[in-house]
Design a protein around this ligand. Structure first.
Ligand SMILES: [Zn+2]
Length: 344
């Protein structure tokens, strides 16, 4: 049997035990070691899923999944190039006959084995999955950072070696973006946040940011001008979620002819945006939208990712409530850059 956290879609959850099946032809069974938590899990908890499939309930959430192949079919072994016992990162997308779906969002617990999310001790990998071998010499909870990093490695594509980069938003995506930006050749990295983000801004410096700015106590435009000798940023990456105001700020932090990447979800429209900024200052806007799991796993396996600094805090399955409280920033006096669940 496999213990699982099941979200009902109405801000309630329950622990269930589900039988572990044999793999389907072309599939495998994975023993989950750890799964990272992210903002989309909070939305899922509240009944909102942003995938194109649209989600399914009740369901096992969790899509930042690291584990070991426990049982694999000959077809999957051939296709994925992994063996029983291998530690792998799971790409969240699975190609199905009727389109694609996302583990941890788009499978009801009542469909098939139900084991298609990361907040469970086992994951049934369906044919059409993609998995990538991960290093053995780091704890699994640290390695779950492969998933936010998979996005971040695509967001940094406009960066050229030697660039000065501003990253708005010191959440777990912002932290992964620091690492990706450095790997892409950024020579100076500045991270912005609010006064409530003090702990996270301190972490950003440990992870590799050269400077941090609290936009509530300092003028971010003046500070970036000072740090860059008036040149401003070559690339601004907006990784802040929940408030569109950072988009306008990005337009003021970037240099003429520079690049702005819009990534963090704002959940509402933006006031005060002046589109003349784009032609008069020749700003190129890019979507922060890609996913490159292999690129992220390669960086981790090459030792270019400070996985322990990026981990934040991790909890065993029994402490899901505490993990979720910290994720939603509802634990008084305590903050973290990231939360992961340990399942083995
Ligand atoms: Zn995620």
């Amino acid at each position: 049997m496999s213990r699982a956290i099941v979200f009902n879609g109405d801000e309630t959850w329950e622990m269930r035990e589900l039988p572990v099946p044999d793999p389907k032809p072309g599939g495998a069974i994975m023993r989950v070691e750890a799964t990272g938590l992210c903002h989309s899990d909070i939305d899922h908890f509240r009944g909102h899923v942003h995938t194109s499939y649209g989600g399914a309930f009740p369901s096992i959430a969790g899509h930042e999944i690291v584990g070991r192949i426990e049982k694999i079919t000959a077809e999957a072994r051939e296709e994925w190039g992994v063996e029983e016992g291998d530690r792998v990162a799971v790409r969240d997308i699975v190609i199905m006959p009727d389109g694609y779906r996302i583990y941890g969002h788009d499978f009801s617990v009542d469909e098939g084995s139900g084991l298609h999310g990361g907040f469970a001790e086992h994951l049934e990998l369906l044919p059409g999955s993609m998995v990538y071998r991960l290093r053995e010499d780091a704890p699994a909870d640290e390695l779950t950072v492969f998933e936010p990093l998979s996005c971040a490695v695509t967001w940094v594509e406009p960066i050229s070696p030697g660039d000065t980069v501003v990253i708005e938003g010191p959440g777990h995506m912002g932290m992964a973006t620091i690492v990706a930006a450095r790997a892409a050749g950024a020579s100076k990295i500045i991270v912005t946040g609010t006064t409530k983000d003090q702990f996270r801004l301190d972490c950003a410096r440990k992870i590799g940011a050269d400077d941090t700015i609290d936009v509530e106590t300092e003028d971010p435009v003046a500070r970036v001008a000072e740090i860059t000798g008036g040149a401003m940023a070559d690339v601004v990456l907006d990784a802040a979620a929940g408030n569109p105001i950072t988009v306008n700020l990005a337009m003021h932090l970037v240099r003429k002819g520079g690049h702005v990447v819009i990534a963090g979800m704002k959940d509402k429209p933006l006031d005060g945006f002046h589109s003349d900024w784009i032609p008069t200052r020749r700003i190129t806007i890019h979507p922060g939208a890609g996913l490159d799991t292999k690129g992220a796993v390669d960086l981790i396996n090459q030792g270019k990712v400070p996985t322990s600094a990026l981990l934040g805090e991790s909890f065993p399955l029994e402490q899901f409530e505490q993990a979720f409280s910290l994720l939603t920033r509802q634990t008084p006096g305590r903050d973290t850059v990231r939360v992961a669940l340990r399942l083995a």
